[in-house]
Design a protein around this ligand. Structure first.
Ligand code: NAD
Length: 478
């Protein structure tokens, strides 16, 4: 074991505790697969303990005042700002983030916690008219109870901060099950919330393998709402469990997001959008534009400009702000990316740039002549690989852009407002961006997708719904 590798337990009731059976999970540095940390390998008993603690906490926490919850959230944002470098280092060393992505994620997370402050006073209700004389009728909104927050490896701080902060803002408490690839980040975040003053047990973290212990969390009778971000296959499984157990569920799943470039687009902006929109975090983003459609009139010029920029994306030291491409998180993900590239090559696609590996890093890869027989055509590659297609008219590209089971984000570059609005109207996706990349997020927007990309939305307003319950109350006055 590397001398400086951390050893950490679960975070339950504001204490670091080992797994009930003493099991240990290794967290590796994706750059070279060296040991980064050893954490508790959670068991069903650990989940049960964490949920019971969160439930015990809820009974007191739901009575905390708006002023208290606002103060704790403000303090948490302030502490994250102060400890930014510590979190950036974890995102780089445990998650393989580049410095640029880690800085972006940390700053976003600070913003998300600040935005959660605004939820606190919206846990409210309204008065209603009534069919009955003398009746005062009203609604109350109340926190649901314990929320299960299940997060992926690629944006672990954004997801943990937004969802835990939003849940705690409403008066709910939470159990966080972070990705087995990025556990330390979640444990450090829980410590930060303790330092911000949140009561003991309000946020509990169980580390371990979701495939082993996730069902115990989702199906636990004391869990009232589940918010899951991850792959579509796991999301659909969780949705079934929630249906059987009658729980509220929000699913933020995968994407195969189209980016369309019309012949009247500003080509320089479109190239930039297709670089940032595809290769941020080496393509490991749910909203990455892994399909780019270019009008035939500008196709040759676009490909030339695009390949030139893409082939020069920095693959140096992760701490260097010029580095754009970092390592792929795990062997499982690397194998999928390799399979997609090889499969496309064998079936006749051409590799305009990339397709090569340097250790655990895959060079930014542009595939041309991709067809429906190839895996990269339909499946989420979740790596630095983009398929660039040519089209000749708007109706054709609209059809192609909608030819996917996914429907998360999408983008179009054009100077024709009518085309832009027709695209926004016609595209089957939860999010549409005109003249900017498909990768973007803000605290208060309804973030999420349709089809295999998810169920429900997240964001301050959507999470208020997800983490609270409405109650109808009447008073007969005469
Ligand atoms: P994953 O589905 O493998 O894992 C996500 C989380 O689910 C992990 O914490 C894992 O341990 C846990 N898990 C696994 N089985 C479980 C079960 N039965 N019950 C409960 N939890 C279980 O996904 P990943 O590889 O970590 O992340 C990549 C995927 O996430 C991609 O498909 C990506 O598009 C998606 N994603 C979506 C969004 C979004 O907002 N729509 C954001 C980021 C990532």
């Amino acid at each position: 074991m590397a001398e400086d590798a951390m050893v950490m337990g679960h975070w339950i009731a504001n204490e670091s505790v080992p797994a009930s059976d003493g099991g240990v999970l290794k967290s590796l540095n994706p750059l070279d697969d060296s040991l980064y940390a050893e954490v508790a390998d959670g068991t069903a008993d650990d989940i049960d303990r964490a949920v019971r603690e969160a439930h015990a906490a809820f009974l007191a926490y739901k009575e905390t005042t708006t002023t208290e919850r606002e103060a704790w959230l403000c303090k948490a944002a302030e502490l994250l700002e102060q400890r930014k470098e510590e979190f950036i280092a974890i995102l780089i060393n445990e998650g393989g983030s580049t410095r640029r992505k880690a800085e972006f994620e940390t700053n976003k997370s600070i913003g998300f916690i600040r935005a959660a402050v605004g939820i606190v006073r919206q846990v409210s209700g309204k008065t209603l008219p009534s069919d009955y004389p003398g009746r005062i009728s009203m609604t109350w909104r109340a926190p649901r109870g314990v929320v299960a927050v299940i997060t992926p490896f690629n944006v672990p701080l954004i997801k943990a901060s937004r969802l835990c902060a939003n849940a705690l803002a409403t008066g709910s408490t939470a159990v966080l099950l972070p990705s087995e690839e990025h556990p330390v980040l979640a444990l450090k975040f829980a410590e930060l919330l303790k330092d911000a003053g949140f009561p003991s047990n309000a946020l509990n973290v169980v580390t371990g393998n979701g495939y082993k212990i996730g069902d115990c969390l989702t199906a636990h009778p004391l869990i009232k709402s589940v918010t899951f971000t991850g792959s579509t296959v796991v999301g659909k499984h969780i949705q079934q469990l929630c249906a059987i157990n009658n729980k509220h569920v929000t699913l933020e799943l995968g994407g195969k997001n189209p980016l369309v470039i019309m012949d009247d687009a500003n080509l320089k902006d479109a190239v930039q959008g297709a670089v940032r929109g595809v290769f941020m975090h080496q393509g490991q983003a749910c909203v990455s534009s892994s399909r780019v459609y270019v009008h035939e009139k500008v196709f040759p010029a676009f490909v030339e400009m695009y390949v030139k920029v893409v082939s020069n994306l920095g693959m140096g030291d992760l701490n260097d702000p010029d580095t754009i491409i970092g390592p792929v998180i795990s062997e499982r993900q690397r194998q999928r990316i390799k399979l997609h590239i090889e499969d496309a090559r064998e079936k006749g696609a051409s590799v305009a740039t990339g397709g090569t590996w340097d250790g655990n890093r895959c060079a930014a890869t542009v595939l041309l002549n991709v067809n429906a027989e190839m895996k990269a055509f339909r499946e989420e590659t979740f790596g630095p690989v983009v398929c660039v297609y040519i089209f000749s008219d708007f109706d054709e590209v609209m059809k192609e852009a909608n030819d996917s089971n996914y429907g998360l984000s999408s983008a179009i570059y054009t100077s024709n407002i009518h085309r832009a609005m027709a695209y926004a109207k016609g595209i089957e996706a939860g999010m549409v961006h005109i003249n900017s990349p498909s990768i973007t997020d803000e605290a208060h927007v309804p973030f999420g997708g349709v089809g295999d990309s998810g169920f429900g939305r997240e964001g301050t307003e959507a999470d208020l719904e997800a983490f609270t319950e409405l109650k109808w109350v009447t008073i007969q006055t005469d």
